[in-house]
Write a protein that binds this ligand. Sequence first.
Ligand code: ZN
Length: 372
Amino acid sequence: MAWNNLIGLEKEKKIFQKVILEEKLADAYCFLGLEGIGKDAFALELAKTANCYNPIISGETISACDNCKSCQMANNMTHRNIQLVFAQPAADKLTEKQIEEIRDQMAQKIEDPYHRISIANARYISINSIRNIKKKLAFSETSGRQFIIISNGEDMNIEAANAFLKTLEEPRKNTTIIITSSHREKLLQTILSRCQQVYFSSLELNDIQNYLEKKYKKNNNEARLIAAMSQGSITRALDYLDDDMNSLRNFSVDLLRIALRRKNYRMELIEAIEQILGEKDKQLNVLFLNIFAIWLKDVYSVLVLRNTSNVVNIDLLDRTIKFSNGFQEANYLEAFNLIEKTIARLNQNVDPTLAYLSLFIELRKIFTGLTY
Ligand SMILES: [Zn+2]
């Protein structure tokens, strides 16, 4: 994986390539920004590039060759100079099963650097992890540049953070420490003040869409819908990969179609809701409404902005335009409000069938004015 495989972040790529070329890497950085935009992936790529034996250099750009021994080790996460530190289960000794789980998570991270490492009961980065770093730094005599990447630095518990602070206070030659975090407010001020803070920009919808199409072979429509759901976070987008977004969306648009019928809608609406809810858990129930809201926002942007370039569900464009023409007077903002309220209620564990039913009957009122 070279820079090109990292999505977006063009400004950051430019800056750091220059820094590598001028050999001006700082002792410590904090990479800050939204969750799931690739801060870890960026740190790994930076470390690989700085350690590559045959980097490809042209003007102000430098990129790892992805071929040499060093790059291969970096790509397999076995490089002696590159350490990724993340939360692990609290225990003096890990069980076979836990070690297996960590290996599996690492394998997934290698396969896709945007993968969110998630290990059961791993709540924080403990002082043991920090001690291991110190030990490693004390004995290392390797060539190249050492990189310690603390993923989600806010996961350090207070003991670990204080121990880590000492490491930051004693910078070492040829060593760069990178803390990544999407929760700046949870980092110790003393740690922040000893790092160069770099704010990463968020990703564009198109960038995420392209990535899902290229890497996960999602078709154009589905990739766009998932990208819209992800709110600029690749990691979040990956959470939706296994869901059949198009079906969920078509179901939700159908529910509204049934609810807006002149008469005899109620029985069919209840049946349709039960059929949809029957096979889903709470998370999916919420996801379903989020997808529905995105389609309704398409209707709204066609109607109010007279603009189809922002439309997410391009494959439904005809239907969306038709719908917006049919319901020009409706109070869309109230409809969005209602959907949000229903999502909040679902999160509070209200009965989902009732919540859905009351939402769609309310939407019926908003769109048709019918109160029966
Ligand atoms: Zn290389």
